[in-house]
Design a binder for this molecule. Structure first.
Ligand SMILES: NC(=O)c1ccc[n+]([C@@H]2O[C@H](COP(=O)([O-])OP(=O)(O)OC[C@H]3O[C@@H](n4cnc5c(N)ncnc54)[C@H](OP(=O)(O)O)[C@@H]3O)[C@@H](O)[C@H]2O)c1
Length: 306
């Protein structure tokens, strides 16, 4: 079968290889991959791939062999999955605890857009507690996580402000109910919660907009620039703010995937997919994602839908 493997070349980060199928473990179902979606974090890993890295965490497709231990969906089920790796391939084994069955109304393209970004958005919101009536700022919001977290936070009753590079990158977020600004400095605080994922000079500015006693959840550094904080500037800013480090990871993922699918089926969550392309265009799509040329998610299709 064919799989995409890392090249270490930042201009064409992956290439096809003809390989044998991975053998599923007893608690893993074998999925015929129909669609997959890359994430910014994966583009970072591909810049200097560790030996043996098999990219691919977000997939949707068909169960062609149910797990040997009897767990999870049966053969013939259409599913979304979040394996630890190896999803950018014609076939991928996925632990059954990280699979969910697609409702009839959700196609594999929208399903593939969900796992990492959608689970991150759900888990971020859980760390925030109740947002009803609260004010939330989301930086780096025009990507996968940003669209999901914005729609979910608005749905939970929050007043949401988002930061995007340009008006076009903020268009859909405005439709979802957010106030859109293009510099963190332009965001009108104070905010109960700031969801910060860009790092560099943005984080200290965002921190200055948290209300006294409020929280900044730090979950990324899209700018690749480390943050410098000045204690004395904080003295003149809001008091008793909390900076909370966040990492989404922790299996099982199946129940969160099922929640995301339910919300999509109920038209309460709308994956923003800025590009759908055949998987032969994965390398250029990864570069465009890295270079901020794709709004929301990119989804690649293997052509394996028959
Ligand atoms: N902690 C975790 O568990 C976790 C989980 C998932 C993702 N993440 C992180 O969360 C962030 C969002 O993930 P994603 O998958 O949504 O990524 P994405 O789809 O690539 O979106 C990232 C967004 O960050 C903004 N951005 C990129 N470069 C920037 C820069 N130099 N300065 C300011 N903003 C920049 C871009 O928006 P504009 O071009 O509109 O500014 C882009 O839309 C990433 O940093 C990712 O690594 C963390």
């Amino acid at each position: 079968m064919r799989r995409l493997i890392p090249t270490g070349d930042t201009a064409r980060p992956v290439a096809f290889a003809e390989v044998s199928q991975l053998v599923p473990g007893p608690d893993e179902a074998l999925i015929k991959v129909e669609a997959f979606a890359p994430n910014r974090g994966e583009t970072f890993l591909l810049e200097d791939p560790r030996p043996g890295l098999l990219p691919g965490k977000d997939i949707a497709g068909l169960v062609v062999r149910a797990a040997a231990d009897g767990s999870g969906p049966g053969t013939g089920s259409r599913v979304v999955g979040h394996p630890a790796q190896g999803g950018w391939a014609e076939y991928a084994p996925v632990p059954t605890h990280s699979l969910a069955v697609l409702p009839d109304s959700v196609d594999s393209v929208r399903a593939a857009a969900l796992p990492l970004a959608g689970i991150t958005a759900l888990r971020l919101l859980r760390t925030c507690g109740s947002l009803a009536g609260g004010r939330v700022l989301v930086t780096g919001a025009s990507g996968g996580v940003g669209h999901f977290v914005t729609e979910l936070a608005v749905g939970a009753g929050a007043e949401v402000t988002v930061v995007t590079a340009t008006p076009v990158r903020g268009e859909r977020l405005a439709e979802l109910g957010a106030e859109v600004v293009h510099q963190v400095t332009a965001a009108r605080g104070p905010f109960d919660v700031v969801l910060e994922s860009t790092g560099g000079p943005n984080l200290p500015v965002a921190l200055s907009k948290v209300r006294p006693g409020g929280t900044l959840v730090w979950f990324g550094q899209a700018s690749r620039t480390p943050v410098t904080l000045d204690f004395f500037r904080l003295l003149s800013g809001p008091e008793r703010v909390t900076i909370q480090h966040f990492h989404y990871a922790g299996a099982p993922y199946g129940s969160d995937l099922a929640t995301l699918l339910r919300l999509v089926a109920q038209e309460r969550l709308h994956p923003e997919i800025g590009r759908i392309a055949p998987w032969t265009e994965t390398a250029e799509t990864l570069v465009d994602l890295r270079e901020r040329r794709i709004r929301g998610k990119a989804v690649l299709m293997t052509g394996g839908t028959e």
